[in-house]
Design a protein around this ligand. Sequence first.
Ligand code: ADP
Ligand code: MG
Length: 275
Amino acid sequence: MSPVHPDLPSSPDTPPVLLLGHHLKQLRLPTVLREYEKVARECARDGVDHPRYLLRLIELELLDRERRVTERRIREARFPAVKSLDTFDFTAIPSLNKMLVLDLARSEFITRRENIIALGNSGTGKTHVALGLGLAACQKGCSTLFITAHSLSSQLMEARDEKRLMKLQAQLQNVKLLIIDELGYVPLSQVGAELLFEVFSQRYERGSTMVTSNLPFEEWPSVFQSERLTGALLDRLTHHVHILELNGDSYRLKHSASRKRATVEADQNKASADS
Ligand code: ADP
Ligand code: MG
């Protein structure tokens, strides 16, 4: 046999453990490399035969590989924070349809190429829900990208100026779930609005798009600065859509208020105990 690597001449004297290590690295089987000795000891102890020993190792590699791929997908989604729906308190926002959110977390809407629009005032948990659904999508194997509307329109304009708009558009078209957060916080320039519209248009019935906004639909024309463009956009976005309504008090404010109240009460209790 010819040497498999210039640094590693395989001769009858090369220790097999060294060769095995090298080959497993080359085959990209890091888990098999890390675990084979330990699993061999366990299998010898338990009297497990060779096919089952190999099966155990290969299953470990597959599980690890799936975990690594999911981790990469989560990194590539560019979430500003990794938040799951497990930490979302649905009782804090009764207007939100919990059953619908949990069903969307199964990510089947992505296979059906349906969209989601989450509407509600600031601090009601729109971004948290979007992050939770995005994380669930990554875990189900769907490529995801999270971006604010403002950043997306800036990136599109920049790409256009640098003559790489088509490439960016193709990337945006290819992700299975595109999450556009905070539509409405900042009005878009005319070019920014048109480029954003094109993204919706190109994704129509090709991929799922989730939008969060603090503005009701009637006020979207003020963001896009055009009734015509907004009409055409809503037409595409709402054709197959799930609407999530988050109407209520800001979770942030309520929680800082209840924390403050708790601190004041604790201080008062302490004061009365001391006196
Ligand atoms: P929005 O995007 O609607 O402005 P966020 O999702 O950013 O609101 O929520 C503000 C903060 O409050 C975040 O840290 C978020 O995790 C938290 N939060 C909001 N609603 C809830 C909730 N129902 N349960 C747990 N945390 C929440
Ligand atoms: Mg937000």
